[in-house]
Ligand binder design. Structure first.
Ligand code: MN
Length: 570
């Protein structure tokens, strides 16, 4: 493989000298640091980042993204450090590379395989949507070269692609990526069906080739008569995976699939779309119920186009799709297409779907900033505010509700870790157990052998799991750890007070009046005689520790009271 830099540069639209310089530098840098490394295919490793960057360049993404594509594997696979990258390429490119590296390390260890969570995680973790585009390009190239990977790993990678990357591409409206990824996955997941569908497709396409040429010619002639100038009229062949799905829905009857091969007409503007539709219907009769106006009513992922299926001569049936160049680009490249346009983004296509509200939000931001560079800088994803995704040092994901602390993290790993937790290193920094965790934190819990849970943890824990475990363990130990700070008593629900006194007339009344003085309700009380002493147990919920301290000292000052102790009730 040549890996000619020119292949990338030629994809840039009106590149500035500075952009070319950065890409050149990234190219040389990556090529050097990957020198000597090989892929499974035996090719130099550099061919992978090179192809990844080429995909990104073909999407007309910005220079930083293309450079990051070239450099995306260097943190993981070479001796280059973050410091080096920052020095050579600056913070923005470093962050893109770091994001892509982090996503590459993800393993999700849920109770089951929680695919939806993993997808969310991707979005939440990426923070910058360009990181996802880099990961998609990376995955696309890895899938294109999957045959070189060890056989037992292929199916796993294909399944991950199908469950994670395909829906992501779909969600981002990137039809081209979705389509190619699906077709790349297909032979690994369903090898038998793949062969069947491929054969059917090949035969049918061959059969229809001549006919479609004639159809194309007729359309060209008729459009010219009405002086409509299409930008292109092309045959579009249904992708294999999508054909397979359709065949399955139709009892594998290929005759019922009308859109195996379709004509796609690209025109200048929306008016022309409808004009062309009218002209087509004047030539051929449409199949009832198959005229679809996805321009007025876009699909959920924003797809826009006019579809019609017509009877051409000799009872043949052909689907025709009509759309503008912009619609086409958006259908193929989705969110990535928006970078290519300097002009205002056509928002319409995204609007109607509440599931795509976040895309709308992105587009709104884009509209607000006149400078596309600002837009890129502000492109942050905060759509999963209710969860934080954190990591073990090995890269396993622990997903927690927002506001969770190290304690929750420790118990999420294992109750034995939770019970003995003493502190943590968060992103290499020593932190206390009550530290609230943020998205992307790498947490290493530290334990002490004889450590026991502290009552205070109950207030610092957010998850039910952690709370339950703490309570269980506190009950088991049957005492309040001596390191429970007095001030934290306010965090405790119920307090039992035990008063030891020499019995005398009016003792109970004096005790009760202390509580009424502080307007504290006694929930439960009992007393018993123990030798020469009267033992009074009281259960109440203090308003705060000041109130508690005052009550306690007042009780201690009651005549004949020897000792006042307190205990936390769980
Ligand atoms: Mn890679």
């Amino acid at each position: 493989m040549e890996c000619d830099l020119q292949e990338i540069l030629s994809l840039l639209k009106e590149p500035k000298e500075a952009d070319v310089k950065i890409i050149e530098k990234a190219y040389t840098f990556a090529k050097n640091v990957h020198n000597g490394q090989e892929r499974f295919s035996g090719e130099p490793y550099f061919s992978h980042p090179f192809e990844t960057a080429k995909i990104l360049a073909s999407l007309h993404l910005d220079t930083a993204t293309i450079a990051a594509g070239l450099l995306h594997d260097i943190i993981e696979d070479t001796a280059v450090t973050e410091k080096d990258i920052r020095k050579e390429f600056g913070e923005e490119i470093l962050n893109l590379i770091k994001g892509a590296t982090k996503l590459g390390k993800l393993k999700y260890h849920g109770v089951e395989r929680h695919v939806e969570n993993l997808r969310k995680l991707f979005l939440a973790m990426a923070r910058d949507i360009r990181v996802i585009l880099i990961k998609l390009a990376d995955r696309l190239h890895n899938m294109r070269t999957l045959q070189y990977v060890r056989e037992e790993k292929r199916k796993r990678i294909a399944l991950d692609t199908f469950e994670i990357y395909v829906p992501l591409a779909n969600r981002l409206g990137m039809g081209y990526f979705k389509g190619e990824l699906e077709d790349l996955v297909f032979p690994y997941l369903h090898p038998e069906q793949y062969k069947i569908v491929k054969k059917i497709s090949r035969e049918k396409i061959k059969e229809s080739e001549k006919h479609l040429l004639k159809v194309k010619h007729t359309i060209e002639t008729e459009l010219a008569k009405d002086s409509v100038k299409p930008l292109s009229i092309n045959k579009r062949v249904k992708r294999l995976w999508s054909l397979y799905k359709k065949l399955k829905d139709n009892e594998m009857q290929i005759e019922r699939v009308y859109d195996l091969a379709a004509m796609r007409i690209i025109v200048e503007n929306v008016e022309d779309c409808y004009r062309v539709l009218g002209i087509i219907h004047k030539i051929w009769k449409p199949l009832p119920g198959r005229i679809k106006d996805y321009i007025a009513l876009p699909k959920l992922n924003g797809y826009q186009s006019l579809h019609t299926t017509v009877f051409t001569d000799k009872g043949k049936i052909v689907e025709i799709q009509i759309r503008t160049a912009k619609m086409h680009k958006e259908a193929e490249y989705g969110i990535a297409a928006h970078w290519a346009y300097k002009e205002n983004v056509a928002k319409k296509s995204w609007v109607s779907n509440p599931k795509l509200a976040w895309v709308n939000q992105l587009l709104d931001w884009q509209k607000d900033v006149s400078n596309p560079e600002d837009f890129l800088e502000n492109l942050r994803i905060d759509f999963f505010e209710d969860r934080v995704f954190t990591f073990t040092p090995k890269g396993d994901v622990i997903d927690l509700p927002k506001g969770s602390t190290v304690i929750d993290f420790a118990y999420a790993i294992h109750s034995a870790i939770g019970n003995k937790a003493s502190g943590a290193k968060i992103n290499e920094k020593f932190s206390s157990l009550d530290t609230i965790l943020n998205n992307g934190d790498i947490v290493e819990v530290q334990t002490i052998k004889d450590k026991k849970p502290n009552i205070v943890w109950l207030k610092n824990a957010k998850t039910t799991l952690a709370k339950k475990q703490i309570k269980l363990s506190l009950k088991k130990y049957g005492y309040i750890p001596s390191d429970t700070p007095e001030k934290n008593i306010k965090n405790i629900e119920k307090i039992e007070i035990i008063i030891k006194a020499e019995n005398r007339v009016g003792l109970l009344k004096d005790v009760a009046s202390v509580f009424s003085e502080f307007r504290a309700n006694i929930e439960n009380t009992n007393s018993r005689q123990e030798g020469e002493f009267k033992i009074i147990n009281l259960l109440f919920t203090p308003k705060n520790h000041i109130q508690f301290d005052k009550i306690k000292s007042k009780l201690e000052n009651i005549k004949k009271v020897r000792e006042v102790t307190s205990r936390i009730r769980l």
